[in-house]
Design a protein around this ligand. Sequence first.
Ligand code: AMP
Ligand code: GLY
Length: 424
Amino acid sequence: MRACVVGSGAREHALAAVLGRSVDVVATPGNPGIEGRTGEGHRLESTATRPEEIEADLFVIGPESPLVDGLADRLRQKGRLVFGPGADGARLEGSKHYMKSLASRAGVPTARWASYSSGELVEALAFCRSLPGTYVIKTDGLAQGKGVLVTDDLAEAEADLERKLSGTSFGEAGRRVVIEEGLAGHELSLFAVCDGRRAVALEPARDYKRIGTGDVGPNTGGMGAYAPVPSAGSSAVGVAMDRIVEPTLASLRREGVDYRGVLYAGLMIGPDGPALVEFNVRFGDPEAEVVLPLLESDLADLLASAAEGDLRTAPQVRSSPGSAVCVVAASPGYPEAPVTGHLITGLDGAGTLDHVSVFHAGTRRDEEGALRTAGGRVLCVSALGTDLASARARAYEAVAAVHFDGMQVRTDVAALPPEPSRPG
Ligand code: AMP
Ligand code: GLY
C-alpha cells in the first residue's frame, strides 16, 4: 500500500512517519524531514506534484484549508480512497455558526451562544452585555487560529465586536461573529476517528497555546503537547464520546453528511464533565505529534477502514501504556512577525536519541543543502517514555541539542503537576 499525506507541517511529518511503519508514503508538498526510509524499511518522500495527480491507495489530508475547499470531494470523484471529510463536513471548522447550530441540534453540551452579522451590532452588543462573566468573541470563518478573543473585560469585548463586524480586523471572516459565554475548566483535545457512522477515540492530549513559559503572551498555533492526560480522568473520554462525538456524528448523518475523517473535539473539562469548545475537522497540531507516535496498532489500517466506511474491519486501536511529550522550537518574533532564514544545527544529534522524533514544521533546504528556518513554528521535538516525566526529560534533552538564532521554546511543557491551559 502507498499512502499520500497532504500538507507540509509537523503534523503531516508525524502522519507520514507513523503511516511509514507499515506503508510507503508520499507527502505533498511535504517538507525536508519527510524523506528517506523508516526503521521498518518503508519509503518516505515529498513531492511538489498536486494531490489530484498522485497515484496512491489512501489519501490523508492534514490541514483544514484543503478540506474546507473540497479537496476530499475532488479526490473521491476520481475514485480515490480518502481520509478526511468533504466540504460539507468541513463546515464544522469552516463556520463556527454552523458548528454551534449543529451542536445545539444534537443536544451536545456547549457554551451558551448567539451569532450576528454586520448590521446587527446593536443586538450583538446587547447579547454580550447579557452574559455573566468571561466573554468570548469569534469570527465565523477561518482566521488562522487568531479570530477568537476571550476576555473578562466587557469594554474590550465590545471594541472587538465592532472591529470584527465592520470587517476592519478580519475582513469577510469576521463579518459574522459567534458570541459565547466563557467556560471554566481544563482543556483537552480528543481525536475521534470516524467512518461516517462509528467513531473510535485515540488518547486524549493537552496542548500549550501561548508563546511564553507560564502560559503568558499571545496565542500561537501550539508550543507543545503531551498525551495521555492523567488529570482528565479516565471517564472524561467515554463521556465525551457518548455526549459529544456520537450525537454529532448521528446529527451529521441525518443531515446527509457522511463524515469520514478525524473529528477533533476541543473540550473544556469542568465540574459537570466535558463541554464542547470547538470542533476541528483534522488532527490537532502539535497534539498529533504525541498522539500518533503512541499508537501501537496500525495507523494505515485504521485510517483506510474509516475511509472505506467501516471501522469494524480495523484492528482494535491500541496505544502504548507510556506517555509522549513534544516541544516546539519557534522562530524569533513568532507569533506576530517571525524572522526566518536562520541556519538550523544539531538535528543529527537530536534525531538519533532513542525514542525521539524531530518533526519538521517550517524548514527548507538552501542551495548548499543546509537546513534553514522557514516558518513561525520550525521544529517539533517529540519523545516517548514509560511515563510523562521520562518522556519530558527526553524531549528537553533533544531540544537542547538543536540550535538556530533566536529559537523560542517553552520550558514548562508537561511540567508536573500539569498546568491547566485555561485561557484568560
Ligand atoms: P476556537 O477557535 O473556538 O477553538 O477557540 C480558540 C481557543 O479559545 C480555545 O482553544 C479556548 O482556549 C478558547 N475558547 C474558545 N471558546 C471558549 C469558551 N466558550 N470558553 C472558554 N474558552 C474558550
Ligand atoms: N493545537 C490546536 C489545533 O490544532 O487547532
